[in-house]
Design a binder for this molecule. Sequence first.
Ligand code: DGL
Length: 265
Amino acid sequence: MKSSDLKPILVFDSGIGGLTVLRELRVLMPERHFIYTADDAGFPYGGWEEDALKERVISLFRGLLATHDPELCVIACNTAFTLVGADLRAAFPEMRFVGTVPAIKPAAERTRSGLVSVLATPGTVKRAYTRDLIQSFASQCHVRLVGSENLARMAEAYIRGETLSDDAVLAEISQCFVERDGRKTDIVVLACTHYPFMANVFRRLAPWPVDWLDPAEAIARRARSLVPLMADVEPLIGEDPAIFTSGRPDFSTRRLMQGFGLTVR
Ligand code: DGL
């Protein structure tokens, strides 16, 4: 069997953050084609009113599933999945969805100081889903939720090659660093798929070293477990498509997509 005979995996985000997940998916699922979808017309998702965002994502998926008939969908967006994951599964019961949620459970298992921060969009920090994760898996920790208004946009600018001021970045992340009774935050969960692109900047600016937890590899492992590798598949040829809901991503975005082996349609 040729890999072009296999159904593709659809990867969805509001913007280019899902590329941090796609690169891990490619490592673990080398025989698969991917369709990358960015709802850039709706970006950023962080500030959306919940009902309106739910409706938007469900209606986008109605079209995407009908057009592309994927094997599996990876929702590479915390802001979307923590809100609409259950509704997507209910609306499309024949499709399998792998979600992205703040990595609070692994952070709670790994922290030694008991002080964990979750760096996310304003939408993700106010979700009931996020509060439930803390209650279920991190009740023994002190969890600081930091909802950043600007970081997703800044990450998009950064990855396109724009220069960001250190002060501006520090203003977005400084709330993550907590000191309490001689203990310090030792893990910051990157709970927005855009943020791992900036992990090197975060590391440089952090007032003390912490683990920056990126769930991308765990998401890829989950996807791999649902789509077992077949022994006799011939290797992949050609680029994968990237779809932007605006229909007109700029030149630097197209170039970035090319770097990820994606052709904008
Ligand atoms: N990449 C998205 C996430 O993981 C959010 C970016 C946005 O605000 O749209 O939450």
